[in-house]
Design a protein around this ligand. Structure first.
Ligand SMILES: *[C@@H]1O[C@H](CO)[C@@H](O)[C@H](O)[C@H]1NC(C)=O
Ligand SMILES: *[C@@H]1O[C@H](CO)[C@@H](O)[C@H](O)[C@H]1NC(C)=O
Ligand SMILES: *[C@@H]1O[C@H](CO)[C@@H](O)[C@H](O)[C@H]1NC(C)=O
Ligand SMILES: *[C@@H]1O[C@H](CO)[C@@H](O)[C@H](O)[C@H]1NC(C)=O
Ligand SMILES: *[C@@H]1O[C@H](CO)[C@@H](O)[C@H](O)[C@H]1NC(C)=O
Ligand SMILES: *[C@@H]1O[C@H](CO)[C@@H](O)[C@H](O)[C@H]1NC(C)=O
Ligand SMILES: *[C@@H]1O[C@H](CO)[C@@H](O)[C@H](O)[C@H]1NC(C)=O
Ligand SMILES: *[C@@H]1O[C@H](CO)[C@@H](O)[C@H](O)[C@H]1NC(C)=O
Length: 448
């Protein structure tokens, strides 16, 4: 690991000096293309944020932090100035700055001061309507092929940083109005995420708090090199579908050192939905999730799926603490999804007050269209779960594959779950091995 970090530093130094030779105005920038997984071999490796050549204080451009004035035009103006400059920092000083949705540009740092709040406008008309994602075919929750933009949005970018001083700045989605409208079935379009970056290389969300997201909180989509570190998410426990972080058709993703308190899955690793996802065909691969604390009474600490039609592979989740969750580790899929879940490792997990500890289940439902392909069955193979301790567990495990697509090679070892009541395992069309698993798993898991 040290060796590869040293190689990487050496390579970066050469790349920077080459850049200095060819670029008359070289700005310091994030080292592109080296994988974050190699750059951050451990969760304690210090993170270096790129330095920008110019900082734009939003107040100098007319923004008012009174929790009333809608500052969207100021954000759009500054983003254009950053783009013209080649790089830049958008600085939000202390205050409550309301905005509608806006797009970031490349080589940008959105930096919140300690005591700064970027708040989503409660007026839905301040939120742009944009096309649905290609791998979903339509909005996730309404039939429309349009959806609301995320508050902070970006497409086809390179090198985007969102951070705050001492982790004390907040992006607040003001989700209350969105949740109420959703519950009343009043929305024509799917709710917006809080932060969504699409087709982007080198994304960093570091030392910042996100709260009250209208829908999923952080949604990196079809992107490469994503780092989410020391991020706190606080969505009300009963807020609908407020997932924490959902990497979707992404590769090289690190999510670490975070505390997520949300109203749906804390992390849901995805890759598109049924036929549109199969056609889009971009997997999520090379994911590290480590040193995380999660709380979600309605959903899972770590979910994979249920949208996984482009495939998910090579994931390592380590040092995970989950309390008061409906599920601990939950792999969810369905007939019609297609795709695969392969080589996923969950190692070192502590579960307290969790209903279903471990689940791999192909009966999730929720289809993009009633015309989904029943022959498109998900392949689930090579799943590793080890060193797991649980207290106050209701159901130790649920493993249900399809008769024409068995779940295979699930290796479970050193698992000790204290089950309250008479809850037991459910197993069908699922095979693998068990070693030191308490309570003992179904016979389809050979003892080794
Ligand atoms: C902004 O004002 C609204 C009421 O208009 C309030 O609900 C919200 O909590 C305020 N935001 C912050 C961050 O204080
Ligand atoms: C933001 O980007 C989206 C997608 O490219 C686009 O539809 C929208 O009009 C952009 N908004 C602004 C203000 O540029
Ligand atoms: C990490 O976030 C916490 C708040 O959750 C904050 O206290 C701490 O200063 C942050 N670390 C850094 C290096 O900013
Ligand atoms: C839903 O729409 C109805 C009719 O427009 C409106 O009266 C009601 O206030 C809306 N409710 C919510 C929670 O948005
Ligand atoms: C784990 O994350 C917390 C922040 O949530 C941090 O304070 C702590 O240093 C991290 N530990 C390791 C080993 O990375
Ligand atoms: C399985 O995933 C791990 C990352 O968790 C990776 O290091 C390893 O190379 C993968 N194995 C294969 C056969 O792809
Ligand atoms: C966890 O849930 C239990 C039972 O619902 C409750 O008594 C306890 O207060 C919760 N703990 C936390 C930290 O929310
Ligand atoms: C079993 O897992 C627990 C919890 O992670 C760990 O403390 C213990 O050392 C493991 N035992 C073995 C034999 O690896």
């Amino acid at each position: 690991m040290l060796q590869s970090a040293a190689n990487w530093l050496f390579g970066a130094a050469i790349a920077l000096s080459l850049l200095a030779l060819v670029d008359a105005k070289p700005w310091p920038r994030a080292p592109a293309s080296a994988s974050y997984i190699d750059q951050y071999p451990s969760s304690t490796t210090p993170i270096t944020l790129p330095v920008r050549s110019k900082s734009f204080n939003i107040v100098d451009y007319g923004a008012v932090g009174d929790n009333v004035t809608v500052n969207t035009a100021v954000f759009n103006k500054i983003v254009a100035l950053v783009a013209a400059n080649g790089d830049g920092e958008i600085y939000i000083p202390p205050g409550i700055f309301v905005s509608g949705t806006f797009n970031l540009t490349s080589h940008v740092t959105l930096r919140l001061a300690s005591g700064a709040v970027l708040a989503g406008s409660p007026n839905f008309a301040d939120h742009e309507i944009i096309p649905a994602l290609p791998s979903y075919g339509r909005g996730r929750e309404t039939e429309s092929i349009f959806r609301y933009s995320s508050l902070v949005h970006g497409e086809n970018l390179d090198d985007v940083v969102i951070t705050s001083d001492n982790g004390q700045g907040v992006i607040d989605g003001n989700g209350m109005g969105w949740w109420a409208a959703h519950r009343a079935s009043n929305l024509t379009y799917t709710r917006g995420h809080l932060v969504e970056l699409m087709y982007t290389t080198d994304i960093m969300l570091v030392n910042v708090e996100l709260r009250n997201s209208p829908f999923w909180t952080i949604h990196p989509y079809s992107s490469t090199n994503v780092l989410v570190s020391n991020v706190t998410i606080n969505n009300p426990l009963d807020s609908p579908n407020t997932d924490g972080c959902d990497p979707d058709s992404c590769n090289q993703v690190v999510i670490q050192n975070c505390v997520f308190t949300v109203g749906d899955d804390c992390i849901a690793v995805k890759s598109g939905w049924d036929n549109p996802g199969i056609q889009y065909g971009v997997p999520t691969t090379d994911v590290v999730i480590r040193n995380m604390t999660m709380h979600t009474p309605t959903s899972a600490a770590i979910a994979i799926g249920s949208e996984m039609s482009g495939g998910v592979s090579n994931l390592l989740a380590q040092d995970i603490r989950a309390f008061n969750c409906s599920s601990g580790i939950r792999l969810k899929s369905a007939r019609g999804r297609g795709g695969y879940l392969r080589n996923l490792t969950f190692d070192g997990v502590t579960l307290n007050d969790v209903k279903t500890a471990l689940s791999i289940n192909d009966f999730y439902g929720q289809h993009e269209s009633i015309f989904y392909d029943p022959l498109a069955v998900p392949i689930i193979d090579s799943i590793f779960m080890s060193n797991i301790v649980g207290t106050a567990i209701t159901i130790p495990g649920d493993f249900q594959g399809l008769f024409d697509a068995k779940i295979t090679n699930v290796a479970i070892s050193n698992v000790s779950l204290a089950v309250v009541g008479s809850g037991s395992y459910t197993c069908s069309y699922a095979t693998g091995t068990q070693h030191a698993v308490v309570p003992v798993l179904c016979d389809a898991f050979a003892r080794v």
